[in-house]
Each structure stands twice: as C-alpha cells, then as structure tokens.
Design a protein around this ligand. Structure first.
Ligand SMILES: [Zn+2]
Ligand SMILES: [Zn+2]
Length: 117
C-alpha cells in the first residue's frame, strides 16, 4: 500500500522530495538547496520545552561499599587491631582465569585484607 497523500514533504521551490528531518533542525532540499526549519516544515511551533530528566544516580557504588560489610564473620585475627572477627567476602576478578579473590574486612576497624584463592 503506497500513499502519496502527505503532500508536505515536497520542496516549495522545485517540487523535489525533501529528505526527512534528521539530527539538524533544518531540512535542506538536495536539488535547489532550499532550506527550511523543521519547526516550519512541520507546520507547527516547536516549543523548547524539552525537559531533560536528570540522569538516575547509579547506586552501584553504594552497594559495592556495603557489600564489604556483609557476609559471614569468621575467626580471623585482624593484623591491624589484633582482634578476632573479620567478614569474609569474595569478589570475582575480571579475568575468569584469575578466579576469585577473597577479602577479609575487620568488623572492628574495617581494615581490609585480601587473599588470592
Ligand atoms: Zn528544491
Ligand atoms: Zn581490625
């Protein structure tokens, strides 16, 4: 089904079919270099009321920080404060070959040690 009843996509100067408006806000006729603003081209005023919604703040960083204080507490002596009780948690390294790195976070002073498995 073809429909040529639009009629508004033709250059008023030479009758050439105008390209669809792209990134620019001006439509140029490829034959006679007639230029028309897209707002006029569409026959309506485009109000500059485009509201850019602020980018959602990613909560990933916060989650990652929290994960250091989550996990099973094991009887490991902190090498800084010399108290027992450290949170055991693992973190997958980027390369699968490297395996997991085990982290220990002291529940007393938040000192962090790591141990490659
Ligand atoms: Zn033209
Ligand atoms: Zn400690």
């Amino acid at each position: 089904m073809s429909c040529f009843c639009g009629g508004s996509n033709f250059c008023p100067e030479c009758g050439n079919v105008l390209p669809l408006p792209g990134i620019l806000d001006i439509v140029c006729c490829p034959r006679c270099s007639f230029k028309i603003r897209v707002s006029e081209f569409l026959g309506q005023e485009i109000h500059s009321a485009v509201v850019f919604s602020p980018l959602e703040q990613s909560s990933v960083a916060q989650d990652e920080q929290d994960s250091e204080m989550k996990g099973p507490v094991i009887d490991r002596r902190c090498s800084r404060c010399n108290k027992e009780g450290m949170i055991y948690h693992t973190r997958q390294m980027r390369s699968a070959d490297e395996g997991q790195t085990v982290f220990f976070t002291c529940i007393h002073c938040r000192f962090q040690e790591k141990e490659d498995s």
